[in-house]
Design a binder for this molecule. Structure first.
Ligand code: DUC
Ligand code: ZN
Ligand code: ZN
Length: 490
């Protein structure tokens, strides 16, 4: 019998911190040895000329999710996770999305069943809380976190999903007690509704006006308010899809004050602008996401924030809506921007786009690429050390990148079911050619080799990221002086 199930030989291994030539041996789905002269494996993979990187962790993607407006994602767990695998991602964190009136426990059970049937890569969930009833807060959140659902997502906008400030505080407190991380879509609902109404009244209905209807200040205002609420109850938060320079600056200030705030951006905010929505007819709908792409100066500010560590993660926010009557054009061929589902596909393009920008073009470099797309999300979401690195004992989620090959992205080459990519036409250098998940080759030679349902659920608590600071804030000191009860303590 061979010592190892598989040995990947002759490649250059890179982690968030190191970059060195080595062979990688795999046994029982885990990395068993890293070095030279390793014994032969039952299978051998020649990695000469390849970079050997940990599989990507996409910590924000919408899969098989029904929107509050009743529009279904184009992807199933099978198609989205196949697409993820082709793009070098081996772990995903999609959503179990509660709508008002639904019991959170039932919602989570339903999404777990869908993933169990279809997922090809490993997965865990964020629980979207849209209806923070006493049962949700006092029963479902604590029990579900104990069962391995260690993060919650809240919306500050969208008619049927948004929580008001009191509900936001209620959920932050429930999460604090359960030790779950709270992720938030932070945009000011009133500003968006007000702008949308006036734009539509003036006849400005085309997709490009979506960008104007989400003023940049709506993000900054909501981030500011969110951070103030999180600080009040001393609850760690993750701010999703930061799109503006002002938003990034607020996060920097809060972190400098010692508030426990994590933040994410997405490839669309680093590569697209509001101008991309300006297309003939309804075509711009394919570039419509919320928050919208901004300006090139925002892209520069986001890159700086990533370099400085103010933003720690780059996720896809894959939200696939087909460009037809089942998705973007559900309200007809010429919908107003307000009738178009928000979201764009990106689960497959995320890593090739970022590899090209960060490694091939040299922006921040290879270590930071691995950190932002794999290691940091796995640490923040408590999947480390199992995921997010090439290390002994870690799951053998390994991607062999060809750093030399050049590819032009097209709609047809994507494996998700959206039917288009907003990144079509971009030429990227570097491609994830061979993908292993727990030691099994799931993509090679452009072919998917794993079965739907072979992805595993990754139970996790909130972990270190969700631990409150328990700092003596000025509010807490005053409350103690007054002998007041401290709802946010203990
Ligand atoms: N905006 C969201 O709030 N969710 C899904 C995708 C998007 O663009
Ligand atoms: Zn969002
Ligand atoms: Zn999203």
């Amino acid at each position: 019998m061979k010592d190892y199930d598989c040995v990947i030989r002759g490649g250059r291994v890179a982690t968030a911190t190191d970059d060195f030539p080595a062979d990688v041996a795999i046994k029982d789905g885990r990395i068993a040895a890293i070095g030279f002269g390793l014994a032969k494996g039952a299978t051998e993979i020649d990695a000469a000329g390849r970079l050997v990187l940990p599989g990507g962790v996409d910590a924000h993607c919408h899969i098989e999710q029904l929107s509050a407006a009743g529009i279904m994602n184009a992807d199933t767990f099978e198609s989205a996770t196949a697409s993820a695998a082709f793009g070098g991602t081996t772990t995903v964190i999609p959503f179990a999305a509660q709508h008002v009136g639904l019991r959170l426990r039932t919602v989570v059970d339903d999404y777990m069943a869908l993933a169990r049937k279809g997922a090809i890569v490993d997965y865990t969930f964020h629980m979207i809380v849209a209806d923070p009833t006493p049962a949700t807060l006092a029963e479902d959140i604590p029990a579900l976190v104990r069962e391995g659902h260690g993060s919650i997502k809240l919306f500050m906008t969208y008619d049927k999903l948004k929580v008001d400030d009191e509900q936001l505080l209620d959920v932050l407190l429930a999460a604090r007690r359960a030790r779950a991380l709270v992720c938030v879509h932070a945009e000011n609902h009133g500003m968006i509704a007000w702008m949308s109404k006036r734009l539509l009244e003036a006849g400005h209905t085309a997709p490009k006006f979506h960008a104007l209807s989400h003023p940049r200040g709506s993000e900054a205002e909501a981030i500011h308010r969110l951070i103030a609420c999180a600080e009040l109850v001393d609850q760690p938060i993750m701010i999703f899809h930061v799109s503006t320079a002002e938003g990034a600056a607020l996060i920097r200030d809060a972190r400098a004050r010692g508030v426990k705030v994590f933040a994410e951006t997405c490839p669309q905010y680093l590569t697209l602008t509001a101008g991309d929505l300006d297309k003939p007819g309804s075509e711009g709908a394919k570039w419509m996401c919320s928050p919208p792409p901004r300006e090139t100066c925002d892209q520069e500010a986001l890159w700086r924030a990533l370099a400085l560590g103010d933003l720690q993660v780059i996720s896809s926010d894959h939200a696939p809506y087909a460009y037809d009557a089942t998705g973007k054009l559900m309200a007809g061929p010429t919908p107003t921007f307000k009738q178009i589902a928000n979201g764009l596909p990106g689960i497959e393009a995320r890593l090739p786009l970022l590899f090209d920008l960060m490694v091939s073009k040299g922006r921040l470099g290879l270590g930071k690429f691995v950190e932002l797309t794999s290691t940091a999300p796995s640490k923040i979401y408590n999947l480390h050390p199992r995921k997010g690195s090439i290390a002994i004992g870690a799951d053998a989620d390994v991607v062999l990148w060809n750093p030399e090959v050049e590819v032009t992205l097209t709609d047809a080459m994507m494996h998700d079911k959206t039917g288009y990519t907003p990144f079509a036409g971009r030429r990227v250098k570097g491609w994830p050619q061979t993908v292993l998940r727990r030691g099994e080759v799931i993509v090679s030679d452009g072919t998917l080799r794993a079965k739907p349902g072979s992805g595993q659920f990754l139970p996790r608590g909130g972990g270190a990221a969700a631990e409150p600071l328990s700092a003596a804030t000025a509010d807490a000191v005053l409350a103690a002086r007054l002998g007041a009860a401290l709802p946010w303590r203990g």
